[in-house]
Write a protein of this length. Structure first.
Length: 678
């Protein structure tokens, strides 16, 4: 059986944040609750399950914490749990009060497959407002290199423990407990800098109005700052409500993002199961040199690394993680609105700065009636407004060639008129025919030869005209090519659409351009008369219109280089995270699963035409790899200036992406060709 669909093969690990109802000071009952939920986690293929602070005894038991009968009951429960865990693959983190050297500690006990891996005491004890932990417990700060005997095992004890799976790269677990997260320098910071990629936090944490939001803020921030996955499990039902209350919040975070959370105030046991991306965390840390600089500057602890064999499931156990189909386009409408506003404003402000510094009097732009030139023209018009220029200082040229259709030509004129820019039509066909005749091309002799030379003569002449027109009117040429086209090398090099004086779209992926234009139309940012033409442009077929239409219709870009939703997906995970192509294929299959069933987000009205089976995804990914890594870099190495827009990355050789122009795609293709999709 093929293991390609196994999440563990692709650098993920399933983790669970758990909460159970407790009976105060009743370890036997609490143990049954933990065992039942731990068995569910194991059955679900979880590599890790984190339970709340003091879960075996209950947290809100005050002076009962120091009673021998309770403490002995906790140890008995731990020994039973160890025996039960022998058949489970999940690493368990449970909370318990334990005595060490005649002092009581609030501990997290880590178990796996019938073995105690280690015990981590709580470092920082809250002793303010409703908390009186220091009345009973000793803080764990500074306790390193020690052991504690549990049953017949001598177990590592201290705050210097990191638990590492030797058969799952990147699975490195550190533990901090509740209050440890709230202090100025949480233990998880040092743990992460020492290599821990997953932080488990067994917590109690009383609930008051607004505190849940504070927890989210702390967990999200810590997961981003420490570049880690953060599993937070809070106590809930059954804890004493004498003077406080509990909400049982369980949630998982990854590098600043909430991956999953449960409903709060549960009356029964519940878990949040998600698949964290260990590859993503590793890649982020590898790229961020300052993370390791900080680690070197602050390294003081000699860490004990507890090695174990996880033996995760090898088959398909599903996927507990949302993978957005459009990673450059947020699914949340409010976030999409914010992203469109920021992208638009960045483009406009970047162009106004270039206009001021260059001292020119006009901008020159080619307008095709397509997506890219439409957005660039909108940016140019708004930049003119902000410069205090009349819009007729935007010199817009539509330049019909041999394949230009009436529809796109009409849209170009309608757009230029609606924006009140200086509109021109410049027919390139006579000049193109002269060039084709001069070089002896068969088309000039009447043959229907529509090869790359035929296409590039038109593309090159358009840019050549624009540069000379800019010379003539003391202006600069505004580029229109987008990030997606640059990634695929879908542009004419030199004096072609690859070149301009300044390219406002260089950082803009095609899938976001569609939404940004629609956003501009619906908010009437450039006037009330432009909305209809913008909606029409967004809905039109994407075509370069360089080859005359035939029986099959107009020339379709996506039939040549693949659907932009898929290729933008491939670009994001290649550029932003450096993932292997096999992993990108796995993610794409997860992302487009619902597309095959016809489920669509409400704010993606044009995407019903896209549905991809695994073999289609695989085929277009191979083409992406060939074009991106194989023969497109020389075009990107000579890019004009333009602003970076997306955190997904930039392809500027002066900024984020530097690669050899004579590189090869062999390593990436070799992996893709060996994949069994059955």
């Amino acid at each position: 059986m093929s293991t390609f669909r196994s999440l563990y093969r692709h650098g993920f690990a399933r983790v669970a944040a758990c909460t159970v109802p407790v009976r105060l000071a009743d370890p036997r009952y609490n143990l049954t609750q933990i065992i039942a939920l731990a068995a569910e986690c194991d059955a679900a293929g979880a590599a890790l399950a984190v339970f709340p602070e003091m879960g075996l005894s209950g947290y809100a038991i005050d002076d009962l914490r120091q009673q021998d009968a309770l403490l002995e009951g906790v140890i008995e429960a731990l020994l039973i749990l160890r025996e039960k865990s022998a058949s489970w693959g999940s690493v368990l983190v449970v909370g318990a009060p334990l005595v060490h050297r005649a002092r009581l500690f609030n501990c997290a006990v880590i178990l796996h497959r019938g073995r105690f891996l280690g015990i981590v005491p709580k470092s920082y004890l809250p002793n303010y407002r409703e908390f009186y932990d220091s009345r009973h417990f000793t803080p764990g700060t500074g306790i390193t290199g020690e052991t504690l005997v549990l049953g017949d095992e001598t177990v590592a004890f201290g705050t210097d423990l990191i638990f590492e799976a030797d058969d799952l790269p990147g699975f490195s677990l550190g533990i901090e407990i509740c209050e440890d997260l709230w202090v100025p320098s949480p233990p998880s910071t040092a743990l992460a800098m020492a290599g821990a990629t997953i932080i488990g936090n067994p917590s109690a944490s009383t609930i008051t109005i607004g505190k849940s939001e504070d927890r989210h803020l702390l967990c999200r921030a810590q997961s981003q700052r420490a570049i880690c996955a953060y599993i937070y499990a809070a106590a809930g039902a059954g804890e004493s409500t004498t003077d406080v209350a509990w909400d049982g919040q369980v949630s998982v975070y990854e590098n600043g993002r909430v991956l999953g959370e449960s409903t709060r105030f549960p009356e029964t046991a519940q878990k949040t199961l998600v698949d964290v991306d260990l590859d993503l965390l590793r890649q982020e840390r590898m790229r961020m040199g300052s993370f390791h600089d900080c680690a070197r500057a602050s390294a003081t602890t000699l860490w004990r690394r507890i090695r174990f064999t996880l033996s995760p499931p090898k088959g398909d156990i599903g996927f507990e993680r949302e993978v957005p189909r459009f990673p450059f386009v947020p699914g949340d409408p409010q976030r999409l609105d914010q992203d469109c506003y920021e992208a638009w404003t960045i483009q406009v402000r970047a162009l106004t700065q270039r206009l001021r510094s260059s001292g020119v009097e006009r901008v020159v732009i080619g307008v095709s009636g397509g997506l890219d030139s439409t957005l660039a023209l909108l940016v140019a018009a708004r930049a003119a407004d902000e410069m205090g220029w009349p819009r007729d200082r935007v010199e817009a040229y539509t330049m019909p060639g041999f394949a230009t259709g009436d529809t796109s030509l009409g849209l170009a004129h309608e757009l230029m008129d609606a924006l009140d820019v200086s509109a021109h039509e410049l027919d390139i066909k006579p000049t193109a025919m002269q060039m084709l005749a001069t070089i002896g091309h068969p088309f000039a002799a009447g043959e229907a030869v529509h090869d790359v030379t035929f296409e590039n003569v038109q593309a090159g002449l358009r840019t050549d005209f624009l540069f000379r027109l800019a010379n003539q009117c003391n202006g600069i040429v505004i580029g229109t090519g987008d990030l997606s086209e640059l990634a695929l090398g879908w542009c004419t090099y030199g004096v072609g659409d690859q070149m301009s004086h300044y390219n406002v779209n260089a950082g803009m992926p095609k899938t976001l351009i569609q939404h940004l234009i629609r956003w501009l139309a619906r908010r009437e940012i450039l006037g009330t008369s432009i909305g209809t033409v913008l909606e029409t442009i967004v809905s039109a077929e994407i075509t370069p219109e360089l080859v005359p239409a035939d029986a099959g219709g107009v020339q379709k870009t996506e039939e040549k280089i693949g659907p932009y939703p898929l290729q933008d997906f491939n670009l994001y995970y290649t550029l932003r995270h450096g993932f292997r192509p096999g992993k990108i294929l796995f993610l794409a299959m997860q992302a487009w699963e619902e597309a095959e069933r016809g489920i669509w987000p409400a704010h993606y009205p044009d995407d019903r035409r896209y549905a991809y089976d695994p073999h289609t995804i695989h085929r277009w990914l191979i083409l992406f790899v060939k074009r991106f890594f194989g023969f497109s870099q020389f075009k990107r190495s000579a890019l004009p200036n333009g602003p970076k827009l997306s955190p997904g990355g930039s392809l500027s050789p002066r900024g984020e992406w530097r690669a050899p122009s004579d590189g090869t795609a062999a390593a990436w293709l070799e992996e893709l060709e060996g994949i069994d999709l059955s």
